[in-house]
Design a protein around this ligand. Structure first.
Ligand SMILES: [Zn+2]
Length: 329
């Protein structure tokens, strides 16, 4: 496939920085044991990648024991991996913190790298921390991971937990996140928390890596009502490629599962709502796309399913570009 034929893509979530931490890798340009690295992003036609700093989970704490770093030190390590990679490979990729950066990087033929945090635990219930993270380059925040934190409660199969909303701090922080231009990410959040964000956020918000619950009843996925609301608010849903979120009980994803979820999100939330959030390096199983180098296979499958080139471009990057334009400063 020739380069000019590739449809550029923006992927809203990968855990490659966490994999790098685990494997003592401090530069993710060439990282063959991970699912994604900068070389393969370039190969696949990447326009922008959102790199998550995923906070270590309780399970990881148990496995790592004394090797476990305190959150602050761990976050610093992942940030330094991110910035070291940008510095060493500045001809290929560059930091992006807003739409202007994205545009400039594109002009210069570089991939844009956005920095995100997955788990608002990193904020430690201190409002001023949000501005500190913004200064350090963070442009999207997943309010929770799979445990309660200062923002609120996570997605859960427990109905009571699932209905719980944001904490008082979480509610107050929505305005500050809007003001700073940090994108609010509701992937992993409880349903109750979702509806609080929908009510309180003055800016579009996203689910960076979630799929459709009506097609696969997993609490990490979104109901049609949620997808519709995200669309009405001008946000996007980045489809997650985790087999478990695409087809009930599956360890394998097929290209038709990816297409089905994207078309569903698009049908329910509107054509401006569907986007990509692979979750590479955070998922397992037999995957039809091995990593970002294979994204053009998905473009091809979407066209085969009847979408025009423009419609595929919307899903691949245009919709997320709009959110970047509307939310980041
Ligand atoms: Zn996640």
């Amino acid at each position: 496939m020739k380069n000019e034929e590739k449809i550029p893509f923006i992927d809203m979530h990968c855990d490659t920085l966490m994999q790098a931490w685990f494997r003592l890798k401090r530069d993710i340009y060439h990282f063959p044991s991970a699912m994604a690295d900068v070389q393969r992003l370039a190969q696949g036609g990447c326009k922008a990648q959102f790199f998550a700093i995923f906070l270590q989970s309780m399970r990881m704490k148990k496995i790592l024991g004394p090797l476990m770093q305190k959150d602050d030190a761990y976050i610093e390590t992942l940030m330094s991996t991110f910035y070291r990679t940008l510095k060493r490979h500045s001809g290929v990729l560059a930091f992006a913190g807003n739409a202007q950066d994205l545009e400039r990087n594109k002009r210069e033929g570089k991939i844009s790298a956005f920095l995100t945090i997955e788990d608002g635990r990193a904020v430690r219930g201190r409002m001023e921390t949000l501005e500190e993270y913004h200064k350090k380059g963070v442009r999207l925040l997943g309010l929770t991971w799979n445990y309660p934190n200062c923002f609120g409660h996570p997605n859960s199969t427990n109905i009571i937990e699932m209905k719980r909303g944001l904490s008082d701090f979480g509610k107050e922080a929505i305005g500050e996140l809007n003001r700073l231009g940090i994108v609010i990410d509701v992937s992993h959040l409880s349903d109750g928390g979702f509806w609080d964000v929908a009510e309180l956020s003055q800016k579009p918000f996203v689910a960076s890596h979630s799929s459709a619950r009506v097609l696969c009843p997993h609490p990490r996925n979104l109901t049609d009502e949620m997808i519709r609301t995200i669309g009405e608010k001008g946000g996007v849903v980045g489809m997650n490629q985790n087999p478990e979120f695409l087809y009930p009980g599956s360890q394998e994803n097929r290209i038709e599962d990816l297409v089905a979820h994207l078309l569903h999100i698009r049908n329910v939330g509107g054509r401006e709502c569907a986007a990509l959030g692979s979750d590479y390096d955070g998922i397992d199983g037999k995957l039809c796309l091995r990593g970002p180098q294979d994204y053009q296979k998905l473009a091809h499958a979407l066209k085969k399913a009847g979408l025009s080139e423009t419609e595929v471009e919307e899903i691949f990057y245009k919709n997320v570009e709009r959110v970047i334009q509307d939310v980041m400063r």
